[in-house]
Design a protein around this ligand. Structure first.
Ligand code: FAD
Ligand code: PYC
Length: 414
């Protein structure tokens, strides 16, 4: 793979950009791989990358039913933070946040990580207490956050109205090293590096069956034929329940649509990310100037990758109270993704009842920020059978009642 650099950009500019190579190969599947990863979202690709980079396992196929990064990876609002309450969560999300800091250099691909800071507004007394508790927990975990008062909130976000009629702003949980990243670039960067290591990324290829022999994985059936493997990692977010059914067990997961929208581009007006979890709305400004707005999840299970008007109305109505300027914006686009929700709102990174089949799912509404950390830990689990980062996120926690409860603590109250 030829390295991307300022020199390469200048050279290609001089010859009409005709010398760029394709970023990744599109091979036909081989008959057998050491490891198959199902799902070329950020988490699947990151898993494959760290299998190669950290464990030297490169006879790997990543199988994707659509196009790589076309699932939730390309549909999220790109918020990156690690201000979780429970220790196992803080460990994996902080590992992830720190990997984002060097990701562009590690992948030789500009993922536009922007550590502009993330502020979670406290708009009820309950939220004030909750976020103060999280700030204390984060201090013990080595995660830098602080609870700030309304004056500091106004300094950080001058366009905010502190005196909302329903929910005045009482303070906020501030993580200065949180921020955003370009979600497609994360998938593309990992894909390019995986392809460069000799891994096969097979797009437009749906896994339709999982073959076992004596309780052990043998391979998968796909729309491009049967492919054998020694180990299988399933990383398919909202479709995890379907793949688990193919493998012969059930997962404690529900799939719902979560949606987002963007406004027309406007001049720079907000240089941090703000989340207003009580009213279910979050806001940041993209480099193009669009206001990126996230809303709530559907209240019923479904597999529809699109939004619904009542959510848009609800989200925008709520945000207008706190950000009156939103009322003057035209909205450009809206979309939805299918998120995989567990009861304790924590992920599943686990062995399964089928030998050498591993599942990585349950990231729900908050897995973009976890992409590199999840890949790092899950690769270790697949390669070695255990991983300190994944230990508390096994399937057995649901049977044994050892939940990692982030359902309200995570501050994404949907
Ligand atoms: P995906 O990117 O969905 O990848 C799974 C892949 O598996 C898909 O490409 C799919 O096509 C493929 N697949 C499924 N079934 C099969 C099959 N049978 N065969 C082959 N391939 C298959 N998180 C944050 O941290 N910050 C945010 O701001 C944020 N905002 C969000 C906003 C919205 C609107 C949505 C929908 C999500 C948001 N999230 C956010 C959550 C985040 O996007 C996800 O948790 C994360 O992207 C999941 O990544 P993934 O790689 O596991 O899944
Ligand atoms: O987890 O930070 C998050 C998030 C923001 C929007 C959706 N999820």
């Amino acid at each position: 793979m030829r390295r991307y650099s300022a020199f390469a950009v200048a050279r290609e500019a001089a010859r009409y950009h005709e010398g760029w190579a394709r970023a990744w190969r599109s091979p036909e599947p081989k008959t057998k791989y050491d490891v198959i990863i199902v799902g070329a979202g950020g988490h699947g690709l990151a898993t494959a990358f760290y299998l190669g980079r950290n464990f030297g396992i490169t006879n790997v196929a990543i199988i994707e039913k659509g196009w790589l990064g076309g699932g939730n990876t390309g549909r999220n609002t790109t918020i990156i933070r690690s201000n979780y309450l429970q220790d196992p969560s803080a460990a994996i999300y902080e590992k992830s946040r720190s990997l984002y800091e060097t990701m562009s250099q590690d992948l030789n691909y500009n993922v536009m990580f922007s550590p502009r800071g993330v502020l979670m507004l406290a708009q009820t007394e309950h939220e004030v207490r909750g976020y103060q508790r999280t700030a204390h927990a984060n201090a013990l975990q080595g995660v830098e956050t602080e609870f700030v008062g309304p004056e500091r909130v106004k300094e950080l976000v001058p366009i905010i109205s502190l005196d909302g009629p329903r929910y005045p702003v009482l303070g906020g949980l501030w993580q200065a090293r949180g921020g955003t990243g370009r979600h497609d670039a994360v998938a593309w960067g990992y894909a390019r590096a995986c392809s460069d290591m000799g891994m096969d990324i097979i797009q437009q290829c749906e896994v339709i069956g999982i073959r076992k022999d004596g309780g052990k994985i043998v391979g998968v059936d796909t729309t491009k034929g049967a492919i054998d493997c020694d180990k299988l990692g399933v990383v398919v977010a909202g479709h995890s329940g379907t793949l688990a059914e193919m493998a012969g067990f059930r997962l404690p997961i529900e799939s719902v649509a979560l949606q987002a929208l963007v406004s027309e581009p406007i001049k720079p007006c907000m240089d941090i990310v703000v989340m207003a979890n009580t009213v279910h709305g979050y806001l940041s400004q993209s480099d193009k100037g669009e206001m990126v707005i996230g809303g709530g999840a559907d209240g019923y299970n479904n597999y529809t990758q699109r939004g619904s008007f009542h959510h848009i109305e609800e989200t925008v109505r709520a945000l207008v109270e706190t950000f009156p300027m939103v009322s003057r914006l035209k909205m450009l686009r809206q979309w939805g993704g299918i998120v995989d929700m567990t009861g304790d709102r924590s992920p599943i990174l686990s062995k399964t009842p089928v030998e050498n089949v591993f599942f990585n799912c349950g990231w729900g509404t908050g897995g973009f920020k976890a992409t590199p950390g999840s890949g790092w830990g899950f690769a270790e689990l697949v390669a070695k059978g255990h991983s300190p980062l994944c230990e508390d996120f096994g399937l057995n926690r649901f049977r044994e009642g050892r939940f990692v409860d982030e359902s309200v603590a995570a501050g994404v109250a949907h």
